[in-house]
Design a protein around this ligand. Structure first.
Ligand code: B12
Ligand code: SF4
Length: 471
């Protein structure tokens, strides 16, 4: 059976972006999990169509016509809807006999909306590692399947290691100081917290309880990544890496015992950090180089309103703990939260200036489908988002999202909060030069290898060169 997996995420900058910016070198872990699960079940004929690598819709049409899959399977988050729908439309124009399926966050959360699209034959709700291969086998055998298919959740340790060669890209760290090759990994699924701008999306997808992989299972994957690709830095994509202190402590000691010295990055909550300074010390000694923290706001009323479980004091204390241990901070925060005043937004600017993060990302609050605030904003008539594309967050370009917010002011506040202090700017510049020098030999060797194997996937080139001892 010929399967095409489609990654339609071009809402950001359009076609032909692959490799141009760091964000375009991200793999989609969900599709990589599905590919691995299918291959384990003997469904080997899988081709990825990644819209970021194409020149336009005509290119998509030729590629899809050339592959002529039995089924085209598209993943999508809410901002991807328009592009996912166009892919499906084109596939049906090529041949109405090609089956189409969708899965991911948007189909899971907005199943009814997806069901209105008559070009979609099958809609997957929830996780796909069990349901997807078993559905494909049914279709292959000519048996009927329901239009809406609900996924079962697999035991975390039974999940396959992801297929890292599905995407033709070398993952790049958001943080220039990390050495290459770089990989991303998920140590579990789900988040136990209930921030109103985010939850319960992750619970709807992954369940109410976090399913963490055992430390042994994660270490096995890391060993295989060390042997196969020789990774030199990594990032955990888990929603909240620090939610289970015992797990983190065990992971750190096993990581060191097994001889890993690769620096890593993960996402944590400020309250977890304040409650467990000893855990932070252990993490630092294991290699934690930078932590992404969703501080969100510097105003206590807003922090309470969004149910963040933190206060300004906690946010500042968390940043001091990280600072004293030499752990870099990537600060995430938002402007234009529903009911936020300009004065309250200024509290966030002041907080970020006090924290002096290594990197800082400001977003306009966006009522994402699947979050408590999405329902709240809809009910109160506050949401101004009427296009799927606007579910993305880009404070420099975003149009207003919430009624009653002074966006000119918020835009300025976001710009100021993102500006690093001169000391931090100098540090970033220096570290970028050092990292560039350190990564240069690897990049040059890989480029040479790629020139020798132009038809091969970049990760496959890295694997083969490593096997031959050339990298
Ligand atoms: C890592 C991550 C990122 C990374 C990598 C994104 C990527 N390319 O995957 C980065 C930082 C780039 C990112 C960016 C964004 N993200 Co993000 N991200 C996450 C995070 C933390 C983990 C995603 C993940 O890998 N999960 C694990 C895998 C295994 O799950 P999965 O992808 O859902 O796939 C499973 C199922 O969905 C299903 N499935 C998926 N696709 C398909 C397709 C078919 C055919 C089938 C059968 C099944 C199927 O099977 C998979 C295996 O079980 C989630 C939160 C979370 N915990 O899930 C948010 C999350 C998915 N992101 C979110 C958002 C909003 C964004 C952005 C829009 C933010 C922005 N900048 O504006 C962008 C969009 C980028 C894009 N379109 O790719 C929202 C999505 C909400 C929504 N309504 O769509 C989430 C839920 C966070 C939140 N609560 O706000 N993100
Ligand atoms: S913002 Fe982070 S901690 Fe809060 S619910 Fe979302 S993933 Fe969990």
């Amino acid at each position: 059976m010929k399967i095409a997996l489609v990654y339609p995420s071009i809402y950001d900058s359009g076609f032909n972006t692959s490799g141009r910016r760091i964000v375009f070198n991200q793999i989609h872990p969900g599709l990589c999990y599905l590919s691995a699960a299918c291959k384990k079940e003997g469904l080997e004929d899988i081709t990825l169509i990644d819209l970021r690598t194409l020149t336009g819709w005509d290119d998509f049409r030729s590629k899809a016509a050339e592959i002529k899959p039995d089924i085209a399977c598209v993943t999508l988050m809410s901002p991807d809807y328009r592009y996912a729908a166009r892919c499906i439309e084109i596939v049906k124009e090529i041949d109405p006999g090609i089956k189409t399926a969708v899965g991911g966050y948007h189909p899971t959360i907005a199943t009814d909306e997806m069901a209105k699209n008559a070009d979609i034959d099958y809609i997957f709700v929830g996780e796909g590692e069990i349901a997807f291969p078993s559905f494909l086998k049914r279709v292959e055998a000519g048996k009927a399947a329901e239009r809406i298919i609900r996924g079962e959740r697999m035991d975390a340790d039974a999940l396959p290691f992801i297929d890292r060669e599905l995407f033709d890209c070398l993952e790049l760290p958001y943080d220039f100081f990390l050495p290459l090759p770089f990989v991303t990994i998920l140590a579990g699924r789900g988040c136990p917290y209930n921030c109103r701008f985010c939850a319960p999306a992750s619970k709807t997808m992954h369940g109410f309880h976090v399913r963490r992989r055992s430390v042994g299972n994660v270490i096995e994957e890391l060993k295989s990544l060390r042997d196969t690709y020789g990774f030199r830095s990594m990032q955990f994509w888990d929603d909240c890496f620090s939610e289970n202190k015992d797990w983190v402590m065990e992971f750190c000691s096993r990581y060191k015992e097994e001889g890993f010295v690769q620096p890593f990055v993960c996402q944590m909550r400020a309250d977890n950090i304040c409650k467990n300074p000893d855990m932070m010390k252990t993490l630092k000694s294991a290699g934690l180089a930078m932590v992404s923290i969703g501080f969100e706001s510097g105003n206590d009323r807003i922090l309470k309103f969004i149910n963040k479980g933190a206060t300004l004091k906690i946010n500042l204390m968390a940043s001091r703990i990280c600072g004293s241990l030499g752990i870099k901070i990537w600060a995430y925060h938002m402007f234009g939260l529903t009911t936020e005043t300009n004065d309250e937004a200024l509290d966030t600017v002041r907080m970020i200036r006090k924290i002096r993060p290594y990197r800082s990302s400001a977003a306009f609050f966006t009522p994402h489908p699947g979050s408590h605030f999405y329902e709240y904003c809809k009910k109160e008539g506050l949401s101004l988002v009427d296009e799927h594309d606007d579910f993305a967050r880009h404070p420099e370009e975003d149009s207003p999202k919430i009624r009653g917010i002074d966006y000119n002011f918020m835009r300025e506040a976001a710009a100021i909060s993102k500006r690093p202090s001169s000391g931090v700017r100098l540090k970033i510049r220096l570290e970028r030069i050092i990292a560039h020098k350190a990564n240069k030999p690897f990049k040059a060797r890989l480029e040479k290898e790629m020139a020798l194997n132009p038809s091969l996937n970049k990760m496959a080139v890295l694997r083969l060169a490593r096997q031959a001892g050339r990298i």
